[in-house]
Design a binder for this molecule. Sequence first.
Ligand code: SF4
Length: 78
Amino acid sequence: SHVITAPCQGEKFGECVEVCPVDCILEGDDQYYIDPDICIDCGACVAVCPVDAIFHEEDMLPEDEKYLEKAREFFANN
Ligand code: SF4
């Protein structure tokens, strides 16, 4: 799955939502979130994010792993 990380916090440009072919990006209070169960890893969102907030989970920094957990929590509750 792809994951939206810290640079999205408070920015929320939202270009990613428009390009996702499976509509798996939703807006949260603090940032956008990618549903890890639906993302097909196409990479389209990465290319359009103006703050470079989106990474494949295997390319994330260790300190960004909490953002995958945040996404799972978000979709468990929304
Ligand atoms: Fe959507 Fe593709 Fe980004 Fe996954 S990688 S969230 S499928 S645009």
